[in-house]
Design a protein around this ligand. Sequence first.
Ligand SMILES: [Zn+2]
Length: 333
Amino acid sequence: MNDFAGNTCPCFSFRIKALARWTPRVRYNVCMEPHPHIDAHVHILPAWRLAGLMRWIHCAFPAHPVPEDIDRAHIESDLAAGRARLFFNLVYPLRPRETHRLNAFNFKLTQDLPHCAGWGSLHPENTDKAAATHRCIHEYGFLGMKFHPFVQEFSITDPAMHPVYDTLCALRRPLFLHTGFDEFYKMNMPPEQIAELARRWPDMPIILSHMMFPRMRETLDLMDAHPQLIGDLTNVPGSIRWRAGLNGKSFGDMPETQLLRRRLPGFADRLIYGSDHPAGMGGYADIYADFHALNLSRDLAQAILWRNPLALVHKYLPGRWRAASAAGYETDF
Ligand SMILES: [Zn+2]
């Protein structure tokens, strides 16, 4: 699942019992996703962080199909085989001293891989967050800043984080925020806290990763109220599939599926989707098969899988993906 990368296994027995019932829908394999797409949520990490992430994944999800010893080259080849033409790479430090190394790693990655767009991060205990944020945007050329408040253990309304929001807002750059799975993480991020950020920093777009799953109705209501909110559907279809399995229901009969089918068209230009690879809800093929199981219209799927993430890059890093855009992959849907 998403984003936990501690070096010690944080699993609790109740989680293991519940999660042991989760099984991937198809075997791990190269992707059968038929359409080229932009994967808006990938975690290529330095080896020292990737090992911890995969140890945790296999502890929490014993049946997880992604190999525990996956490395950077393997992730890149999965993305290529899965027809991810372009992707966003997300990092975030678990300790204050990791910040510089991780951002430098992500910068180097974006230098090596022109089809990657990076996001910066910092640790809530780092000092001079405004300068670090400026550096991420201006020196490293990142799109914005990514945080995982549950894993990084901070409240998004903590005044210590205000310099980050002040800087992003002044630069009109986005905040990419893990939201949702509160029960799993035994943490809480009330929707009101997100509304507070949106009200106080109106020029800072906020990407709500995982749509506060399972509180998607509240997420969509928040998006209704605050036009700068963007929904990241990563892990949402996979989580619905998992719940459907636990409840003996079909994916299409789940109220969550019906809610998304009904309301997502109203946010066609404010939604993105990605794999969370290598820590997503299954192998690469599973993740895109789950997305297509939502049965959204062709145009809406194109918007989510291609036009919207491309528009973010065009807006904040004009020119970076011009060649890809000119190639017109979207017409291949
Ligand atoms: Zn993630």
